[in-house]
Design a binder for this molecule. Structure first.
Ligand code: ADP
Ligand code: MG
Length: 378
């Protein structure tokens, strides 16, 4: 019997001060990250933000210019890739085309000189884990993209690494298949108990899969947290805007006291939890579903922020209704899970939200590009 795998099979990973330059460009700038044993950590960020470079350094394909990597107690920098015993899955399947599925999966065991009978047993078990036991004798070209990626997963896990790195493994698949494989990857992660570090630029994928998410931006990590942390308490404007939709209210800080900030947003008073420097500028992020729509003449509850506007658009999105409400100087997004009544474009409404519904974020609160203003054609 192969050793049983449990959650504690996974190993912790510690990145500290990881830095990489190519010529004059600093593509990773002091990245620190702790991954717990058995955790599913996702590196999320736009293209070019340094996710693959980070993964390649953990794998040993790229050496950092500065910084350290520890897997458990083992320092990895300087250790050749093949001695790190880390499983890797890439976006492109990279299977050996001339080998059948079982031989592909057996390859890492052959390299490690595992006796044939034991290898055959382990391969067959691993193919069962990824649900491909019945396709062991096929060639890669006889498999769909999703099946090939399952083979790649089996091959990366067959030698029981304690850490698995996945670089956009579902990027080449269509949406439906991607969703199926996301659930599969989640199940496999639970089953094998290995630490996963998963790269994607797709926020939904990150939300579905991860225990925690590290948000990358231009070679730095902006924030690390659970999906809920990042969504409800983003620390920077970049993190807020990368994960989910938001209303961003920028303004001047009138007061900041006891963890509550009051902003003057072009005459609109907005309070929200956070910290900021009085007299400076700051931004409040408010998620669309935290806003309530009232009749135009309704009294908002005490302690609520409120803002009057005109319904510009009403969009039905299955389980929720999204409103675009034109307010002085801005368009507000509002999501309603249980709309109280019908609304039509042109109706005046009053929007309100509890002070605690918003969150003050750091980062340059000045818009990089002017907010879109609504042109009215007549
Ligand atoms: P991501 O995976 O987040 O899309 P990468 O880590 O692949 O980003 O790349 C980060 C930055 O580093 C990009 O600007 C990319 O062009 C640059 N880069 C990556 N590898 C090299 C290389 N070998 N030589 C020069 N620049 C590179
Ligand atoms: Mg990449």
């Amino acid at each position: 019997m192969p050793e049983p795998t449990t959650r504690d099979h996974g190993v912790g990973l510690e990145l500290s001060g990881l830095t990489k330059r190519y010529g004059a460009a600093t593509v990773l700038d002091g990245v620190d990250l702790s991954v717990a044993p058995g955790e599913f950590m996702t590196l999320l960020g736009p293209s070019g933000s340094g996710k693959t470079t980070t993964l390649n350094m953990i794998a040993g394909f790229v050496e950092p210019d500065a910084g350290q990597i520890h897997m458990g107690d083992t320092p990895l920098v300087g250790l050749p890739a093949h001695k790190r015993d880390i499983g890797v899955v890439f976006q492109h399947y990279a299977l050996f085309p001339h080998m059948r599925v079982d031989a592909n999966v057996a390859f890492p065991l052959r390299q490690r000189r595992v006796p044939k009978a034991e290898a055959a047993r382990t391969v067959s078990e691993m193919l069962d884990v990824v649900g491909l036991g019945h396709l062991a004798r096929r060639y890669p070209r006889e498999l769909s993209g999703g099946q090939q990626q399952r083979v790649a997963l089996a091959r990366a896990l067959v030698f029981r690494p304690r850490l698995l790195l996945l670089d956009e493994p579902l990027g080449a698949l269509d949406k439906r298949l991607r969703e199926t494989l996301q659930m599969e990857i989640k199940r496999i992660h639970r089953e094998v108990g290995v630490t996963f570090v998963f790269v994607t630029h797709d926020q939904e994928e990150a939300l579905v899969l991860s225990d925690r998410i590290a948000v990358f931006n231009e070679g730095r990590i902006e924030q690390v947290g659970t999906a809920q942390d990042l969504y409800e308490r983003p620390r920077t404007l970049f993190a807020a805007e990368f994960l989910g939709d938001s209303n961003v209210l920028r303004g001047r800080v009138r007061s900041a006291d006891g963890g509550v900030v009051e902003l003057d947003c072009d005459g609109l008073a907005v309070t929200a939890p956070g910290t900021a420097a009085v007299g400076g500028t700051a931004a409040v992020v408010l998620r669309p579903e935290r806003v309530t729509v009232l009749d135009a003449d309704a009294q908002p509850p005490a302690g609520h922020n409120h803002l009057d506007g005109i319904v510009d658009d009403v969009v039905y999105l299955g389980g929720r209704r999204r409103l675009l409400v034109g307010c002085p100087g801005r368009t507000m997004l509002v999501d309603e899970m249980a709309p109280r009544r019908g609304l039509t474009p042109g109706e005046p409404v009053r929007l309100c939200w509890a002070a605690v519904a918003g969150t003050v974020v750091a980062g340059d609160p000045a818009p990089a590009t002017p907010e879109p203003t609504r042109a009215v054609a007549v």
